[in-house]
Design a binder for this molecule. Structure first.
Ligand code: NAP
Length: 306
């Protein structure tokens, strides 16, 4: 592996787009990815709000096309995990699960991962009824009753997907109002086998070998209900994948990387793009826009420092 000029951590839509733009600008570009290219896109079945596709596009297909496009433009993509970022004296050094890399520019596009509810039973029963990915695990619950927690786009999109497989889907949300897109909310309300459980939170997850039931507490009157569900799908937002660069780049209180409007971090030569960034909107379209801008800002930085 030659020394990359531009190193990108993360091969989701932001990282792959940054790769396309950096490689097309003539830089030797390497993208590191610890899992599968595509990032969180691959957790969802279909995408219907990414421009260019009049009909919903299979998320996996979209991710694979982005990966192929990046490779066609000359990006290398390696299955390597970023471990620790070090900077100083104008140098960038990344310790990885493979070689230690010293690029001239670095783009942080390591995305985010599902946040946990943080209640007892959640970790113990993960993979045995508790899940964060309906596309991955939904088919295991065909014909069964499941619950989804959350009121954002992820929760409602995945509830609709699960409603096509499961006999009943409870959507448990801590408020009376959802924050998901209105069109999605309307589809959820029209779906017969989705039952809304509003102003309520999950207070216990029980089961030994596998999930047996959940306890739901009504926040208005404090009453408790036990729902016998085989699956619990948790969609309560995300946490940034920044363990490897923590303490080196500035982040907000939740750990998302702060940037200026050109996507520069506080460290010269280090940029950030996509869901990992402190940003008001996390969409494939915004990640792609970020990737292009971060790569071009990085390109300008490198050409000004031959
Ligand atoms: P999100 O928009 O942050 O929503 C998280 C949901 O979880 C909120 O409804 C929140 O409730 C709830 N929540 C948070 N902590 C909780 C807790 N401890 N207990 C119970 N509920 C809790 O996250 P997201 O749905 O994953 O979406 C992330 C971003 O991706 C958003 O910008 C979203 O629009 C985007 N996205 C878009 C699409 C699409 O366009 N089709 C699909 C997926 C994601 P409150 O509402 O009360 O805060």
């Amino acid at each position: 592996m030659q020394r990359p000029e531009v190193l990108i951590v993360g091969a989701g839509p932001a990282g792959l787009t940054a790769g396309i733009y950096a490689a097309r600008s003539g830089h030797r570009t390497l993208i590191l990815e610890k899992g599968l290219p595509g990032g969180q896109v691959t957790f969802t079945p279909e995408v219907e709000n990414y421009p260019g596709f009049a009909e919903p596009v299979a998320a996996m297909e979209l991710a694979q096309a982005m990966e192929e496009q990046a490779r066609r433009h000359g990006c290398e993509i390696e299955t390597i995990e970023a471990i620790r970022l070090r900077t100083g004296d104008g140098e960038i050094e990344l310790e990885t699960s493979g070689p230690t890399l010293r690029p001239r520019g670095l783009i942080i596009a390591s995305g985010a991962q599902p946040r946990e509810l943080g209640i007892k039973g959640e970790r113990e029963l993960r993979g045995r009824g508790v899940s964060y990915c309906a596309v991955c695990d939904g088919p295991l619950f065909r014909g069964k009753e499941v619950a989804v927690v959350g009121g954002g786009d992820s929760a409602l999109d995945e509830a609709l997907y699960l409603a096509g497989l499961c006999s009943r889907v409870y959507v448990i949300h801590r408020r009376d109002e959802f924050r998901a897109a209105m069109m999605t909310q309307e589809r959820v309300r029209r779906t017969e086998n989705i039952r809304l459980v509003l102003s309520s939170v999950v207070t216990a997850i029980t089961g030994t070998e596998k999930l047996d039931s959940i306890e739901v507490t009504d926040r208005k009157d404090g009453s408790k209900t036990v729902l016998s569900v085989s699956g619990l799908f948790i969609y309560v937002g995300s946490a940034p994948n920044t363990g490897w660069c923590q303490g080196v780049v500035d982040t907000d209180e939740a750990g998302f990387v702060r940037t200026d409007s050109l996507l520069r971090t506080n460290v010269p030569g280090v940029f950030a793009a996509g869901d990992v960034r402190a940003t008001p909107l996390r969409q494939i379209a915004t990640a792609v826009g970020d990737g292009a801008l971060a790569a071009m800002t990085c390109h300008r930085y490198l050409t000004e420092r031959p």
